[in-house]
Write a protein that binds this ligand. Sequence first.
Ligand code: TMP
Length: 203
Amino acid sequence: MFITLEGSEGAGKSTLIEHLKKYFLKRNIDFIFTKEPGGTDEGIEFRKILLDNNIELDPLSETFLLLADRIEHVRKIINPALELNKNVLSDRYLDSTYAYQGAGRKINKDKLDKLIKPLKFPEPDLTIYLDLPVEEGLKRAKGRDSLDRFEKEEIDFFKRIRDSYLKLAEENPSRIFTIDSANGENEVFESAKDCIEKKLNES
Ligand code: TMP
């Protein structure tokens, strides 16, 4: 089972992951938790460049770095785990690229498709999208120590990203499950856990 978690800045992905890790450990359900960018040793190096706010990148360079990160991630972590029938949960994956580089950085969808489709990345069985109004998310994210190269973008960048996620969810109702992240963290966890367990029982 391949599950991905998506959401904009401050949507509560990290908190949800901590709850899910504890829950699945307690229930003895084996899950590999991983993330993008930075799910492999090589990816950690790509992530440093991608988040460094002293580095200025063309949107296409940014996209190629993210795709390089994903190629390594899929080849070294995701595919080997799926071949062994393991459960994988990735904090961010393909939808992030369509939301951030497509809508956020305004790279045309056809152009992104032409770059991404030939790479034949595996499709997630389930994607959990944590939705939150942009102002609320940024308030949470900006409370952190320092802002990275994405977090320092203008509010409109994040509005385009949220709209894009909502559109992706509308277009892929059988894959993407949206959770209102304005609900408390326990409620968000309960919804995500129920949804994942339902999917695990179906498989
Ligand atoms: P994180 O803070 O959730 O770990 O993600 C780091 C940043 O990477 C986040 O601001 C979103 C960005 N990102 C993209 O822009 N496109 C992508 O395809 C992925 C995977 C992440």
